[in-house]
Design a protein around this ligand. Structure first.
Ligand code: FAD
Ligand code: NAD
Length: 466
């Protein structure tokens, strides 16, 4: 039986990053993955394929709606070849997962293909292509998550689908009904409305992206409405039925009235659930809580002292970069180091266009905590760079402590915000004040100038360009 310092179950961004860091720190490392490709949800059916389709559909929208205003004329009709678009997406995925194979070899990590299950706290059975049993002193559970569902919905994977199927449809839906106006619903909703589908978003709460700052929800809602999407807030879905090629969704609105939506596809995007099926966690003494998460302490250690857990399978935001931070955290903990993660400073991004990005506290949270704060907001339309590109929608909002001026939250919607948020994270990691941000130089003309201007607005209401 092969013996390891550490074995990691699951090769998503949590697991494979943990494996690399463990190997870098001199540990003999094994990585177990039940699928034939590495990279988990993120690389195979999550972050990467969804961004590939968002990019392709963005190009199409630019070509059909905006090229002309830039003086670019394309003779003849511009058409979508969905098969080719999906094939390109798959090529991007294949290239990216192959990159992980390379990294595993480079770092001399032993990869096992097969379902990993605990025999006891130091032994794992692998069922599948690389069937075997291995021993490890330390084990990291990184088994991720799967789409969750409502109890009365049957996902048939043809017309009543999750994000996994929505990433490989064979036709553009005529009318896509999306249950859940969260990140997945909006990103994939935008892909398909750009490609020509009618889109209806049915959301239980009174706004889309209900956990983000309300200002961002409102602005993105406007974008979807402008694209003629039906945004049905405060609707509780009661049933989903399929009749041939038709799907019928019944919901109850705020007034208690029954409302029906008819379409040809229904995307169920109501969140994801931690995944521990087949792991046999109890054999190792690993406790699973009533939310299905592996229970961990502040060191990400489970109820079995030599076993740790990271990523979507434990508490906290279900984000790839959060899983990665936790992978590094556990590897360094195992090496005797004292790493740290500030969960308040894990940014959240929605990759629609305009992009939505945030870090730190929302206005709603500051109000609930009775924190006195000031707001500096700056619209992108006031920037020369935004006008030059034609991307004028959105704003940057900085929330700072009223007395100390420390930045407490940054919320933005607009072009390139997914990248701009890194500046806010850096500033907050160093506990910058709004004035600090307003005093360092931002290249002109850039979208980043909106961050400086919002900081100026928060400092003394002295933005320069509004
Ligand atoms: P996962 O990536 O889920 O990986 C877990 C792996 O463990 C899987 O490969 C699974 O097969 C394997 N596994 C499970 N059980 C076993 C077992 N018993 N034995 C062997 N292997 C096992 N996050 C972002 O930050 N940015 C985004 O843009 C983004 N976009 C997304 C888009 C979509 C459509 C979806 C669905 C998710 C998206 N996410 C995004 C979320 C992101 O994918 C997850 O947060 C991330 O993948 C979690 O990483 P993980 O390592 O915890 O688990
Ligand atoms: P989500 O939690 O973002 O959104 C789910 C939405 O469904 C919420 O708005 C919720 O109010 C709504 N909802 C729940 N029950 C409902 C019901 N019965 N009827 C109508 N609406 C209902 O979940 P998601 O969009 O499925 O995404 C899952 C996870 O994947 C998220 O945690 C997210 O972090 C991650 N993800 C991240 C990205 C990114 O970082 N860009 C992209 C995609 C997914």
């Amino acid at each position: 039986m092969k013996s390891y310092d550490v074995a990691i179950i699951g090769s998503g961004p949590g697991g494979y990053v943990a494996a690399i860091r463990c190997a870098q720190l001199g540990m003999k490392t094994a990585l177990i993955e039940k699928y034939s490709t590495l990279g988990g949800t993120c690389l195979n059916v999550g972050c990467i394929p969804s961004k590939a389709l968002l990019s392709s559909s963005h190009h199409y929208e630019e070509a059909t709606k905006h090229f002309e205003e830039h003086g670019i004329e394309i003779p003849g009709e511009i058409k979508v070849n969905l098969e080719k678009m999906i094939a390109r997406k798959q090529a991007v995925v294949d290239q990216t997962t192959a990159g992980i194979d390379f990294l595993m070899k480079k770092n001399k990590i032993d990869v096992y293909e097969g379902l990993g299950s605990f025999i006891d706290a130091t032994h794992i059975k692998i069922d599948g292509k690389d069937a075997s049993e291995i021993e490890a002193k330390k084990i990291i559970i990184a088994t991720g998550s799967k789409p969750s569902n409502l109890p009365f919905i049957t996902i048939d994977k043809e017309r009543i689908i999750t994000s996994t199927e929505a990433l490989k449809l064979k036709e553009v839906p005529k009318h896509l009904i999306i249950i859940g106006g969260g990140v997945i619903g909006l990103e994939l909703g935008q892909v398909y409305y750009r490609l020509g589908a009618e889109v209806t978003v049915v959301e239980y709460m009174d706004r889309i992206l209900p956990t983000m700052d309300a200002g961002l929800s409102k602005e993105l809602n406007k974008v979807f409405k402008k694209a003629k999407c039906n945004m049905m807030m405060s609707h509780k879905v009661k049933s989903v039925q399929r009749k041939g090629e038709e799907v019928i969704i019944t919901a109850e609105n705020k007034k208690g009235e029954t409302v029906k939506f008819k379409g040809d596809y229904c995307l169920v995007s109501v969140g994801r659930r931690p995944y521990t099926d087949g792991l046999n966690a109890e054999a190792a003494g690993v406790k699973i809580n009533d939310r299905g998460q592996v229970e961990v302490n502040e060191h990400l250690q489970t109820s079995a002292p030599n076993i740790y857990a990271i990523g979507d399978v434990v508490r906290g935001a279900m984000l790839a970069h959060k899983a990665e931070e936790e992978g590094v955290f556990v590897a360094e903990t195992l090496a005797g180091q004292k790493p740290h993660i500030d969960y308040n400073l894990i940014p959240g991004v929605v990759y629609t266009w305009p992009e939505v990005a945030a870090v730190g506290k929302t206005e709603e949270e500051l109000k609930a905590d009775n924190v006195e704060y000031k707001v500096g907001q700056f619209p992108f339309r006031a920037l020369g760079r935004a006008r030059a590109s034609g991307d004028i929608d959105g704003f940057v909002k900085i929330l700072a402590d009223k007395i100390t001026d420390e930045v407490l939250g940054v919320h933005m919607i607009g072009a390139r915000c997914a990248d701009l948020i890194a500046e806010a994270v850096t500033a907050m990691e160093f506990r910058a004040s709004a004035e600090d941000i307003s005093r360092y130089s931002h290249a002109h003309p850039t979208f980043a100038e909106a961050v400086k201007e919002a900081a100026l607005a928060a400092t003394e209401d002295r933005a320069l360009h509004v």
